[in-house]
Design a binder for this molecule. Structure first.
Ligand code: GLP
Length: 242
């Protein structure tokens, strides 16, 4: 029943390189490409490796489009905890992607409902060729927490205490962590042609176990990926408990 493929990398660096290579090879193949991107500490190494490969090869990114998974509500792009800021720092500042092709949900939009609807419509129009995902300890993907409807589209979400606590390591105090976010929904993520799921570190062993158990339930958001035909899971040995 398991359709996904697992690449068992050794170190975090190996995992990052595996992911960067898959994306780089796809970008080389087709100039007009749409890439779904994730934030968090997990993909940082992948961004470094990918930017390096792209620059070494002098790849033309003029027809690359990107869509990020999510953003905190209430943080604007100048806030160093916003996902806008993260992406600029770790990836976009190193590359030449036309600004108008970069899409990240606006967490300070006046009309958040319109913002999420427009975002979903744009994804429907452009499509996503490869979507990169990290995972939360509780099996969340993007900001889709346990219990999220498998049919969900881009939407506003309430973060769980566990996620707020996990993400507080990046903030001065836990009280500074936003309690809401805007996020692609589970159904939005499923629209991507290929999905790369990165799981790294011993604190994510449980999340990998939840996924590979094969149980498909809304209590484990990542488990929806078992209904997708083209998922590549890339793990490091720590995430596998080795
Ligand atoms: C946040 C993000 C997720 C990410 C998760 C894990 O909640 N919204 O997209 O996968 O954190 O982050 P990390 O890789 O830092 O453990």
């Amino acid at each position: 029943m398991t359709k996904f493929k697992e690449i068992k990398a050794n170190t975090y660096e190996d995992m990052s390189n595996e992911a960067a290579t898959i994306i780089f090879d796809a970008l080389k193949e087709s100039k007009q490409f749409s890439l779904g991107l994730a934030t968090g500490s997990t993909p940082e190494g992948m961004y470094d490796a990918l930017a390096k490969k792209i620059n070494e090869a002098n790849l033309d990114l003029s027809e690359l489009t990107t869509f990020n998974l999510d953003e905190y509500v209430g943080l604007d792009e100048s806030n160093d905890q916003s996902y806008h800021y993260f992406m600029e720092q770790h990836f976009f500042s190193k590359l030449d992607i036309p600004q108008e092709n970069i899409h990240i949900l606006d967490g300070v939009a006046e009309d958040l409902q319109k913002e999420v609807e427009d975002y979903e419509a744009l994804i429907d129009e452009v499509g996503i060729d490869i979507q990169v995902l990290g995972i939360g300890r509780n099996g969340h993907i993007a900001f889709n927490e346990p219990g999220t409807d498998f049919n969900s589209l881009t939407h506003k979400v309430q973060l769980t205490d566990e996620t707020i606590e996990d993400n507080s390591r990046f903030f001065e105090s836990i009280d500074d962590v936003p309690t809401e976010a805007v996020s692609m929904g589970l159904q939005t993520i499923m629209k991507a042609k290929t999905i790369i799921l990165l799981i790294s570190g011993d604190n994510k062993k449980n999340a990998r176990d939840l996924f590979i158990s094969g149980e498909v339930t809304e209590d484990i958001p990542v488990s929806i990926l078992h209904n997708h035909d083209n998922v590549i899971l890339i793990t490091d040995s720590a995430a596998r408990g080795e």
